[in-house]
Design a protein. Structure first.
Length: 244
């Protein structure tokens, strides 16, 4: 039977899990900013149960802050830091045979372009999310990649506003990876009406905090953030592709 997946959320707690279930979702992909993979995996496992599968993932910020590009990676075995080169990140994803998705393509200055999607053979590209809806933008062409839609939820109330429905059962992380890798049949849906418009606007407004100088300084200047390439957890593994 069909499976409803939200392939990109940033928030996860008891209320979020219950909201996802109430909205009819079967799978959430949890990819919070600046958290290392082992912690993401632990949180995902905590909120997975017989009604809701939570799959851990990483949205990696490649390049510099001024010229960064985001890549959403599923099926990782080993942690990958932020702020490494796009070439370096994609090489590591290939080494791990990860599923790579292009979130919010063409959005602002933080996204993969159609040329990037083709060059790196990205698995799928996003066709709808609330932030771009509120900004009046349509995601860039997906370079003939299969599409997906997500809530891209930074706010709990956005969970369940957008989903990708696969025409098959997805009961495990392995099933979800296969669905993306093998191009399983799918459709993208989103809610409509004033409430949806308001939630999209709230997500877009959240960008103001996302881009504050205080947050950026905290990430870059300390060198101790969990996904900073200079963090002791990575040793020298990414020293040759780090941009900070």
């Amino acid at each position: 039977m069909p499976t409803r997946v939200d392939p990109h959320v940033k928030v996860l707690d008891e209320a979020v899990a219950e909201r996802a279930k109430a909205r009819g979702l079967d799978v959430l992909v949890f990819a919070p900013h600046f958290q290392r993979l082992p912690d993401v995996r632990e949180q995902a496992a905590r909120f997975s149960d017989g009604e809701l599968l939570v799959v851990p993932a990483r949205e990696v910020f490649t390049g510099t802050l001024r010229h960064r590009k985001h890549v959403l990676a599923l099926g990782l075995d080993d942690p990958v830091p932020d702020f490494i080169t796009l070439d370096g990140a994609m090489a590591e994803f290939d080494r791990q045979d990860a599923v790579t998705l292009a979130p919010h393509p063409g959005f602002a200055t933080v996204s993969l372009t159609p040329a990037d999607i083709r060059r790196y053979d990205v698995t799928a590209a996003e066709s709808y999310n609330p932030k771009q809806r509120a900004a009046g933008e349509t995601p860039a062409p997906t370079a003939d990649r299969p599409a997906f839609g997500s809530s891209y939820a930074h706010l709990p109330t956005t969970v369940g506003e957008v989903w990708t429905e696969f025409e098959a059962d997805i009961d495990s992380e392995a099933d979800l990876l296969a669905a993306f890798r093998e191009g399983w049949e799918r459709s993208v849906y989103h809610r409509r009406g004033p409430a949806h418009v308001a939630r999209c606007a709230a997500e877009f407004a959240h960008l103001g905090w996302e881009n504050t100088a205080e947050k950026i300084d905290r990430i870059l200047l300390s060198g101790m953030e969990p996904t900073h390439p200079g963090h002791v957890a990575y040793g020298d593994a990414f020293a040759d592709v780090a941009v900070y």
